[in-house]
Structures are given as structure tokens and as C-alpha cells.
Design a protein around this ligand. Sequence first.
Ligand SMILES: *[C@@H]1O[C@H](CO)[C@@H](O)[C@H](O)[C@H]1NC(C)=O
Ligand SMILES: *[C@@H]1O[C@H](CO)[C@@H](O)[C@H](O)[C@H]1NC(C)=O
Ligand SMILES: *[C@@H]1O[C@H](CO)[C@@H](O)[C@H](O)[C@H]1NC(C)=O
Length: 279
Amino acid sequence: MEGCSAFLVVSTCLLLLTGGARTIQVVEEPGLHVAENGTVTEIILDCPYILEENDNSGLTIKWYQVGNPIPVYQWIVSSSPPQALGILEGRLDLSYKASEDENHRHRALKIINPSTELSGQYQCKISTFDDEKDYLQKLIIYSKPQVVEVWTEQREDNVVTVVCEVDQVYPQPNLHLCQRSADSDCINLSGVKEVNSWSRGSYNMTVEREVHEDTLDGLTTFECVVTIPDTKVEMLDHTKYQPRLQVQDPEEVKIGGGSEVHSAMTVLVGIALLAVWRV
Ligand SMILES: *[C@@H]1O[C@H](CO)[C@@H](O)[C@H](O)[C@H]1NC(C)=O
Ligand SMILES: *[C@@H]1O[C@H](CO)[C@@H](O)[C@H](O)[C@H]1NC(C)=O
Ligand SMILES: *[C@@H]1O[C@H](CO)[C@@H](O)[C@H](O)[C@H]1NC(C)=O
């Protein structure tokens, strides 16, 4: 208890001595903005701060893309209008006002027609002569895969290779394979081999996994589930596989499918006849 109050006295003294050096406060949690490519006309990344004692001497707002030391935006509050730089040049509405307050007016980025290549982590740095604070905003502009396809290949005896491919997706997705027999849950297949290719701003990705036929229990469904981190995107495809070792003849599966269609037709015809009969 005593230690604590001593600490308070000391820190208060320090604060008074240094003229209250901590003048900028950022109270909000880091932000996350997610949108599908081509579906939104603007996104605003704000840079919220509080200036204690309204001390704006030397107040400058700079935005960076994390990992790049050169700013993508800067606004020197007392002396110059906001400026977009680097990757954001030509991509911002520089007349946007986050607030009418002169110390906050141009603190935010208003990105026009955000597209996948602007995805990333943006950090604003708020600085005065006395203090400096950061705030992080993550921007994800995603593009769903054009194609999600899973299939099986028989490359050697008694082994089936399950392959799943997605085309032209951004950012890099997660692909999971699972297998299901009869009504069981889909069991994840671990240790998949992954191949990525990157071209003109998107990923193609393939995963594959060998499965020994003697581990399969009859007709098996392989599923491929594609998700994009930080988004709600989830797409899937599935394929059915009849192991060769099984006593059951693969032909029977086809015949089974055919007779289902057949019985559905019978029911339809039956309903039609019934309708005619009732009139
Ligand atoms: C299987 O994979 C899915 C998708 O990644 C995951 O959510 C789930 O927890 C996994 N299940 C098991 C049993 O590992
Ligand atoms: C990705 O897939 C698309 C469509 O299949 C194809 O046109 C393109 O060349 C592929 N890109 C790469 C880098 O493999
Ligand atoms: C995102 O949209 C832009 C045009 O709005 C397009 O040029 C770009 O190829 C798209 N990105 C992806 C990964 O599809």
C-alpha cells in the first residue's frame, strides 16, 4: 500500500516536472475492416485520439503500411494540407473531414474503391512535440475463389490421391480436406501437401493427400473446405469415391443412383394421375 502511494507521488511529480509529456491518448482497440473486392465504393480508416489540454503544437498525423518505413499519408495540422503518398497516391478523397475540429479534421483515410492490392495493416502515428502514439487498422479486401474443386486420382495401386484446387483468390486461403463414410462426421485429413502460386494479384492453391484404400470403409465422400482468414468466406466442394478393394461393384453405385431418379419419377407420375382422378 505504502509502496503504491509512494509510486503515485513520484509519477505525479515526474508528470509535473516534464510538463505532462503524455498529451496524446488513444483509447480505442485496433480496428478491422473487411470487404469483398469490387463491392464497396469507399472505406474509412479512422485514427482516433484525444489531445489532453488541447495541446496541438507540432501535431502531425502520418499513416504507414506496416513494414514500410515511408508514409502513405501525412497531414501537418498547422501548416499543410493532407497528402497521399506511395500506394495511396490517387486512391484517397483528400477533402474528407473526420471531424470539424481543426485538430482532427484530416486524421482519417477515406479510400475510394478499395481493391485487393490495398489490403494490409495500416498504422497511424499521431505526434506532437511532446508525445507520439500509434493506432493500428487492418484492412482486408478479399476476392473469393473463382473455382473450388476436389477430385480423386488413382496414381498407384491401392492408393487414392485426393486433390483440391482453388483459383484466383485473395488473400491466401486455408484449405482443409476431410473424409466421410456413411453418416459419420467428416474426419480431417492431416499432413496435406500444399502448392501455392501467385500471379497478377491473386493466389492459385492446390492441396493433395494420399489415402490408402484399405483405410476406407466403403463409399467415401471427400470434402474440401476453403476459408479466408478474418472473413466469413467458406466454400466447399465434395466428391464421392468407391474403393476398388471393396466387394461392392462400382457399377452398383450408378445403378443405385439411377433407380432413385426412377422412383422419384414414379411418385411424380402417381401424383399427376391422382390429380387427374380427383378432377
Ligand atoms: C478439422 O478442421 C476444421 C477446419 O479447419 C477445424 O475447424 C476442426 O477443428 C478440425 N477438427 C478436428 C477434429 O481436428
Ligand atoms: C491460376 O488459375 C487460372 C485459372 O485456372 C489460370 O488462368 C492462371 O494461369 C493460374 N495462375 C497461376 C499463377 O498458376
Ligand atoms: C479486385 O478488383 C479490381 C478491380 O476492381 C481488379 O482489377 C482486381 O483484379 C481484383 N482482384 C482480384 C484478386 O480479383
